[in-house]
Ligand binder design. Structure first.
Ligand code: CUA
Length: 401
């Protein structure tokens, strides 16, 4: 008897623990806290479905528990209870009621899916390189082991060949792991992958959508207010899948314009001796994979290496300092006080695979470059010249754990 009571007490405790274990206030990937119209559509469907499912759960389990208790064997007689088989009215009832419930849910689900696959013809006025244009907000998203690339083509994507994700045409802005968007605009995403299947998911702004090599999948996002919305790759894509994170940073249209003004610029030439030395190391070692517009970008007259042809394979570093995370959105580039996290960055340059697991063959992820400590210092000095640091509140809001 004691064993039985123990089991009864422990089982609900375990259940409660499992349920509560999924709760956290202010969680980065909270699916129940929509911050834009698309996410609100999903929330507007899942909330009532959850309530209906909860009521069904209570009725079924409550009823089962009640019957189990009321008709338990009391050892009062040895007779079997009356054996009943079949009850026409009951069987009709428990077939019709769930059918009706599922039918109602299906109608709302299909309506929501239809709404989510409808795209607006919105446009926003932007100045790019001194010229006014009307941009229908769209961003090409490329998943790769293990980071996200975001490419902006301000003249639209008509005639832009996206069929080969490994060799995409030059874009106006290429950034990594932080998708910068203007508020109040529907942003169309064209999602693809350079290697395996990934899944792009920023729960506060919309649901998931797979990134499939050789294919473009359409999706959209919209944020009501300026803010930082965390995301995570949600398709198992290899060793560092859990370390493939991203953020959408929503800015007011004015701040977005300022960001565009900064990002379309090429990198300048450093003057500080350490940074000059760092640039030489970059060109000799890093430029095989990384692009810096102004050094070896696709529009540069004398690209120093083949990186502009193939790589798209590593993050474009032209505005490295304007991002606040690196290595697939898992490390903070800055301390909360706004100063550079030099130790982190140096550790990454010293031996990247030790910081973020990659495949043993070294074919994926950043390899250990075998740089000396002085070379690392110089490369950091050079990287510090690339791009403008974001505001203190963005640095704090984008901080990852
Ligand atoms: Cu990319 Cu999981």
């Amino acid at each position: 008897m004691q064993r039985l009571t123990g089991g009864i007490v422990r089982f609900p405790l375990l259940g409660a623990l499992l349920v509560v274990g999924g709760c956290a206030s202010g969680a980065e990937l909270d699916t129940l806290n929509p911050k834009g119209p698309d996410a609100r559509l999903i929330d507007g469907l899942s909330d009532p479905v959850f309530i209906v499912a909860g009521i069904v759960f209570l009725i079924v389990f409550g009823g089962t528990g009640y019957l189990w208790w009321k008709f338990r064997d009391r050892h009062e007689d040895e007779e079997y209870p009356e054996q009943i088989h079949g009850n026409f009215r009951l069987e009709i009832l428990w077939t019709v009621v769930p059918t009706l419930i599922l039918l109602v849910i299906a109608i709302f689900t299909i309506t929501t899916l239809t709404d989510l696959s409808r795209y607006e013809d919105n446009a926003m006025a932007l100045t790019v390189d001194g010229e006014s244009t009307s941009w229908e907000p769209e961003v090409v998203v490329v998943g790769q082991q293990w980071w996200w690339e975001y490419r902006y083509y301000f003249e639209g994507l008509d005639g832009v060949d996206l069929s080969d994700a490994r060799n995409l045409p030059p874009a106006d802005i290429v950034t990594a792991n932080q998708l910068i968007i203007p508020t109040g605009q529907e942003i169309e995403l064209k999602i693809t992958s350079r290697d395996v299947i990934h899944s792009h998911w920023i729960p506060a702004l919309n649901g998931k959508r797979d990134a499939v090599p050789g294919r473009i999948t359409y999706w959209k996002l919209e944020a009501d207010d300026p803010g930082v919305y965390f995301g995570q790759c949600t398709e198992f894509c290899g060793l560092s899948h859990s370390r493939m994170r991203m953020q959408a940073v929503a800015l007011t249209p004015t701040d977005f314009q300022k960001w565009v003004d900064q990002q379309v610029r090429s990198a300048g030439t450093p003057t500080d001796p350490a940074a000059v030395a760092g640039q030489q190391i970059f060109e000799a070692q890093c430029a095989r994979c990384h692009v810096i517009n102004g050094i070896n970008g696709p529009n540069d007259e004398t690209p120093s290496s083949g990186a502009d042809l193939v790589a798209n394979a590593a993050p474009n570093l032209t505005h490295f300092m304007s991002r606040t995370t690196f290595a697939g959105g898992i490390f903070n580039l800055y301390h909360p006080d706004g100063s550079l996290d030099r130790t982190r960055l140096e550790a990454w340059l010293r031996n990247a695979p030790a910081e973020k697991p990659a495949y043993a063959q070294g074919r994926r992820g950043m390899p250990a470059m075998g740089l000396s400590e002085i070379e690392i210092d110089n490369v950091v000095a050079y990287l510090e010249t690339l791009g403008i640091r974001p505001s203190a509140n963005i640095i704090v809001a984008t901080e990852v754990e």
